[in-house]
Design a protein around this ligand. Structure first.
Ligand SMILES: [Zn+2]
Length: 453
């Protein structure tokens, strides 16, 4: 009898607690969907500030603007963390054309971030197409020396998760130039990493390997790559010309921007939500990753607006330099270690501001199991994919400190339409989708804060 009573008590308590959680989560979604401010913040960040490549004026303005925005919301503490960042500049607009027999056809290219310039007059050489590093190796120095290499492996359209398709193609952008240089190539042209067929080249980071010459490298639009491939099949002696005058300047001072609501019971336990404030120079950086930044600010804003007082400390972090160095994420984790801070969980939103699908996690089985339970509360908001997955680049370095890393997972179908291209503008972001993402992260943080890890 007594046992039964206790069971009943427990049952009713947990049912009550669950119900109150679902009520709070509903309040969070209602508030963000009806009175959210993330889109307003994103509008300023994209339209009044614009591109925010590390070391640029735009990046410096974005630091001051997001700091001021969080101060305006009266978070308990808003502060900057100093970090030195790489400072690469594109210079004048690039030029390129295909030359086959008597015809010259202009094609759109953009230098890849970190690339060296061509000589002032540009480079003209025969071009040779490969789909993989293996194919390049098979061709060897004999076939490659003195030529420009076209890396033309498309993102796999059959993969329903476009991030998997991206992962399957992005070694060409990151390492293609150095691979080509190993066999004596004089330049590397890389097919843009997008699932679209269009005329917009997509930039992105690249790195030179040590011990091989640094040759200039650029991305070509997918239409341009297809055309070039077709012309090459008709005329293997086709030449390619390109000119770019990008440059790496000395490292520049910059900052991570942090806003904080102090925990009422366990202030030493920290939960982070963040995105990266830098963007590529070609666009407004709306999806990548203005969206993640403004969502992170919105998470703290809505918790405060609803009078939810977290037990643990919640931080919104705008990381600097994800795109071409990860210095901000690395510095954040270094400082956390140095200051003996205990980060129990970190959520990153850097997959766009599209309709939420769930969260992917990197952590222990026990940590992941604890979060997976919340699916029953979150599924009605479309958050069905909750389980092991990937976290995020900026929060990655916190993983060594035992922090559960959580990657916000929106729908991925359209992300690479805009990624690192001039089309990544405010107009690419839908306000309701953006708000749903912010509310999803606020709801998860509410639960993590309440029940711990
Ligand atoms: Zn990003």
């Amino acid at each position: 009898m007594k046992k039964y009573f206790i069971y009943l008590l427990f049952f009713s308590f947990s049912a009550f607690s669950q119900e109150s959680d679902s009520v709070v989560i509903k309040k969070i979604f209602d508030a963000v969907l009806s009175k959210g401010e993330a889109y307003k913040t994103l509008t300023y960040l994209t339209k009044s500030i614009g591109p925010r490549l590390s070391g640029s004026d735009g990046a410096a303005k974005a630091v001051q603007y997001t700091k001021k925005t969080m101060e305006g919301y009266q978070f308990d503490k808003v502060f900057l963390q100093d970090v030195m960042v790489p400072h690469w500049v594109r210079g004048k607009k690039e030029e390129a054309y295909i030359e086959s027999g008597k015809q010259k056809i202009k094609v759109p290219i953009v230098a890849l971030g970190g690339s060296v310039a061509t000589p002032i007059a540009g480079i003209k050489a025969e071009i040779i197409e490969v789909k993989s590093f293996e194919e390049l190796k098979t061709l060897g120095t004999e076939k490659v020396k003195g030529k420009i290499v076209l890396f033309n492996r498309p993102m796999d359209a059959t993969k329903t998760n476009t991030f998997a398709a991206y992962a399957g193609a992005n070694n060409q952008r990151g390492g293609g130039a150095s691979e080509a240089a190993k066999y004596g190539a004089v330049g590397a042209i890389v097919r843009s990493l997008t699932t679209l067929q269009d005329d917009n080249p997509h930039t992105g980071g690249m790195r030179y390997a040590t011990g091989v010459p640094m040759i200039p490298t650029a991305a070509i639009s997918t239409n341009g790559a297809n055309l070039l491939s077709k012309i090459l099949q008709e005329n293997p002696k086709t030449q390619f010309y390109f000119k770019q005058n990008c440059e790496t300047l000395p490292d520049a001072p910059s900052h991570n921007v942090v806003g904080e609501i102090k925990g009422s019971e366990k202030p030493d336990e920290i939960i982070v939500v963040g995105g990266h404030l830098d963007s590529w120079d070609l666009a407004e950086g709306a999806q990548d990753d203005g969206a993640g930044c403004v969502q992170s600010i919105e998470v703290l804003r809505v918790l405060k607006a609803l009078g939810i007082k977290p037990k643990r400390t919640i931080r919104a972090v705008m990381f600097m330099n994800e795109e071409n160095g990860l210095r901000g994420g690395t510095k954040y984790a270094d400082l956390a270690k140095q200051n003996n801070e205990k980060h129990i969980a970190a959520i990153e939103s850097d997959n766009g501001g599209f309709t939420p699908r769930g969260f992917g996690m990197v952590g222990t089985d026990a940590q992941i199991a604890k979060i997976t339970v919340y699916k029953k509360l979150l599924a009605e908001y479309g958050l069905n994919e909750i389980g092991r997955g990937s976290g995020g680049a900026d929060i990655g370095p916190l993983g060594q400190q035992g922090t559960l890393l959580i990657g916000f997972k929106p729908d991925s179908q359209r992300y690479f339409d805009f990624h690192h291209a001039q089309t990544d503008k405010l107009e690419a972001v839908n306000e309701r989708e953006l708000n749903l993402g912010a509310a999803s992260m606020a709801a998860l943080i509410y639960l993590i804060d309440k029940y711990g890890l």
